[in-house]
Design a binder for this molecule. Sequence first.
Ligand SMILES: [Zn+2]
Length: 387
Amino acid sequence: MHHTARGTTPNLEPWEREWALASATSRPSSRSDTISRGATRVLYVTITINEMGNMAYDTRGRPLRARFRSRRPGRRASGGPRSASPKSRYYAVKHARRRRFVVRRFWLALMLVFLVLGVFFYGGSSSELGYVRPASPVEAGTMPEPPRPSPPDLGEVWAAAVAGDSSPDLATNGKTGTSGGRIALTFDDGPDPRTTPRILATLRRHDAKATFFVVGSQVERHPALLRRIVEEGHTIGNHSYDHADMSYLPPAQIRLELLRTQKAVDKALGYHYQMKIMRPSYGEPYFEGSDALPAFRRIVRQEQLFPVIWTIDTQDYLRADNLQGIVRSVVRQDGTRRRKDLDQVVLMHDIHPQDAQALTGIIDHFERSDHRLVSVNELLRDKYPEP
Ligand SMILES: [Zn+2]
């Protein structure tokens, strides 16, 4: 190597300065540096615009030139003396820069295409493995057929119910209105990955079926868990999208709460599961005797949903560290109704760890006393028998 230029500061023409900077910033070390080129370009433009004037770099021009030329073995294959004039080298550099610019653009476009494809295929996937978001079939109205066995269909029960009852419902007045000593366990506010799987495992161990009133926003967070609830043979009902107290919502908002939850369920399952039962958050507006009740009843009737309240409240939310208290409370409330052999709807929440712990004791109690565990739908079929 001849470092004849080292230590000298030649007077350079503008084109020479530009050329030297272009060489210094292009760093053509390997083919894989495509990604960093954008940054390189920005640096180059900045220097050019500023016209820094400090040409100390240029004193290193020769080795840089050598490195740059090494990419064109054809020109210097002979290793002979450089024949091109400085001006033609300038145009060669300019040409090379333009070519790299085009190549850069090509790779950028290719990366963009892959990025768009990636978002399209994986963008909707949730944190739960194996869940691939269907392409909004709810909105498109092209939900696939539900698998066999189909979700429970209460269509005929509904028709029979509205024929004789202006507000078909269950357990809204502390009674189910049916007898047979059956117990419908209901779990609200989930699905919740901390507790729902434990509750499902306990139910499976006892071969018991239950009803889950799910919150739409929770379904969106844990779609795989919702699928598991359905696949294990339990019934799901609508419990609003974000657990709103419907006593204070305008009708349009109540409808939206119900619709968004229905959509979340369909999206999670990948097919249309028409929920036919719902439970308003806090059981309202049934308990406060508020003015909102007539409007609420009108909406759920239009939406063809049976409101389902409860007859036994485990009051699990008051007994965080007292699972025996939960079991005793259920046994006591059940005892006071036992003589009449009435069916019961038990309120629990699959968001409380104490419920998952107390569930075995509760099921044991009902099994010992010969109660059969059923879904809410069975009680509704009995309450509204088909003519
Ligand atoms: Zn709730």
